[in-house]
Write a protein that binds this ligand. Structure first.
Ligand code: NDP
Length: 272
């Protein structure tokens, strides 16, 4: 049976085996999908070993996405733009292709929720690995403007420079001005129950707020959005499932239905 896995450290929390298991069941694909805990210094050897034993593909999560980028023999355009890889695929000649499905996963989830992106003013909070992956696919949706705000301003500026045709604005949190149609929280601040120091007036009832993080309860950022009167609010569970669906499609050539898998996962998280 074809073998796949997700590699990370830590990895115990990963929902990827459940998601790909549900995809395989739904599409009738015969495959196995495991979790692979890899020591910080042995990514290359472990991944090479997995492929040497016939493994077909890997998902890559924190903290190995940049290492996977360097490991891949060939890269997709979106992986190159992101500087990070979350999906590895063995090609027929044995070489390894690296792709990044995080950004298309986010866009797919936003569009599935009926959130238009074309002509919109988008604000992204954070400038870490996940934000690097989402900027290109968001720009492809032709927003009116895209601003990246981050605690470390140089990191936001570096991402803006990597997309020279995108005319991306860069700002400190406290300098943000005007209101936005969509605010995406790509910081990991919600993990610690924190929020970047956002000024008032940047969101209103017509805005939408999306946190890449997800959980059983609304995140700190989504609570803030509710306080601002933001009408449409979502966490990142849909993105997680959509990026997995894109990886599944790359590996198997079959596109699974994501809505029932998102609903199933939502139930599992609530019951945990
Ligand atoms: P990184 O560690 O690469 O980046 C973290 C970012 O958060 C940086 O911009 C950092 O700012 C900022 N940050 C961290 N703590 C604070 C704080 N207290 N106040 C303000 N800013 C802060 O993480 P990732 O980019 O890999 O992940 C970001 C989030 O996205 C995580 O919550 C992760 O779980 C989520 N994610 C969700 C996915 C999904 O499928 N739903 C996929 C990938 C990620 P600075 O640069 O100044 O240090």
């Amino acid at each position: 049976m074809d073998r796949y896995a997700v590699v990370g450290n830590p990895i115990a929390h990963s929902k990827s085996p459940v998601i790909h298991g549900l995809f395989a069941e739904q599409t009738g694909q015969a495959l196995t999908y495991d979790k692979m805990l890899v020591e910080l210094t042995s990514f290359d050897e472990e991944v090479a070993g997995f492929f040497a034993l016939g493994g077909k593909g890997l998902n890559v999560t924190v903290p190995f996405k940049e290492q996977a980028y360097r490991y891949a023999d060939e890269l997709s355009g979106r992986a190159r733009a992101a500087g990070a890889v979350n999906t590895l695929i063995v090609q027929t000649e044995g070489t390894v292709w690296g792709d990044n499905t995080d950004g298309v996963g986010l866009v797919a989830d936003l569009l599935a929720q009926g959130w238009a992106l074309a002509g919109k003013r988008i604000l992204i909070l954070g400038a870490g690995g996940a934000v690097r992956g989402i900027v290109g696919p968001l720009l492809e949706q032709n927003p009116q403007s895209l601003v990246i705000a981050n605690r470390t301003l140089e990191k936001a500026a570096a991402i803006a420079q990597a997309f020279p045709t995108g005319a991306i604005g860069v700002s400190a949190y406290t300098d943000l001005q005007g209101d936005f149609d969509l605010i995406i929280n790509g910081t990991s601040a919600s993990l610690g129950g924190e929020l970047p120091p956002l000024p008032g007036g940047i969101a209103n009832a017509n805005s939408a707020a999306y946190d890449l993080m997800y959980g059983a309860e609304p995140t700190t950022f989504l609570h803030w959005a509710e306080e601002q009167g933001v009408g449409q609010r979502s966490d990142g569970l849909g993105m997680l499932v959509e990026q997995a669906a894109e990886a599944f499609f790359l590996w198997r050539g079959v596109r699974p239905e994501t809505a029932p898998v998102i609903a199933r996962l939502r139930e599992m998280i609530a019951a945990a």
